[in-house]
Design a binder for this molecule. Structure first.
Ligand code: ZN
Length: 82
């Protein structure tokens, strides 16, 4: 489960081309073996395409709130119950 926190955070920046080549490489490596982050990444990626297709530059903020909640939910499933 190591690396997920960073990967999920960086996915947003990755998709916006805001992070360095080094970090992108690390995310790619993480995505190779982490299905959780791969799902989140692909979902985000498709979402961006949809938004772009519609010619929208400003996705509604609530959309990202929903996404973050979904990712947070997935992350918590990985943690052992206390
Ligand atoms: Zn991960």
């Amino acid at each position: 489960m190591s690396g997920c926190d960073h990967a999920v955070e960086y996915i947003y920046q990755y998709l916006d081309e805001e992070i360095s080549f080094f970090r992108k490489s690390r995310i790619r490596m993480h995505l190779r073996y982490c299905s959780n982050c791969t799902d989140a990444f692909e979902f985000e990626h498709k979402l961006k395409d949809v938004i772009r297709d519609r010619g929208r530059s400003d996705p509604p903020p609530e959309l990202f709130d929903t996404l973050r909640a979904l990712i947070e939910e997935e992350r918590q499933k990985d943690e052992p119950g206390i």
